[in-house]
Write a protein that binds this ligand. Sequence first.
Ligand code: C5P
Length: 215
Amino acid sequence: MTILITAGPTREAIDPVRYLTNRSSGKMGYALADAAAQKGHRVILVSGPTEIDVPDGIDFIPTESAADMYQAVEYWIGKADIAIFAAAVADYRPAQIAEQKIKKSGDTLTLELVRNPDILGSARSTFGFNGVLVGFAAETEDVEENALGKLERKGCDLVVANDVSRKDIGFDSNENEILLVYPDRIVPLEKASKHHLGHQLIEVVEGMITPSNHQ
Ligand code: C5P
């Protein structure tokens, strides 16, 4: 099968030398890409900037901003049977990118931000994707409730939720502890390495393929 995975943070330019970003390392998305490739799937990895080596045997699509990632996903998603959105996409970007480096002047500086497009939220409605759709929810509170809200709003078959306020798991950690949030049930997985969870999750999504969502 063909599996599209988004991974890593996005970078939203402020001026030629500065940007806004977040704490995503990309480890979970790359672990998924690695596991899927090892199982013989075709993997399209649409990634924001990370420090991680690109796994062997995958189609790697590097992107920077949320707008770039949106365009890459729009282009590639039609080829996928399964799409897993593990990227931590910036919700906002600077309204304008200054052409020259912004100079120090007053004591305060105000940046105006505008909303980025919701890539996962566009998968069903705008891109017409009808394969297996998996989102991630990195939460600091009310993990189950927020994940279920995302599942419904974005038309996902599954949301993988974790609590990023915990220091031992989540962002930049090698380990994670996740909840599989389906429309009708929640299945906790034991704390494990992102590598191990990557393999478990690929097995879970393989099991969600039916004749109606297979390309
Ligand atoms: O940012 P949020 O918590 O809403 O992210 C939930 C899911 O939506 C994640 O799977 C993330 O990759 C995806 N997302 C996206 N485009 C955005 C924001 C989030 O694809 N602009």
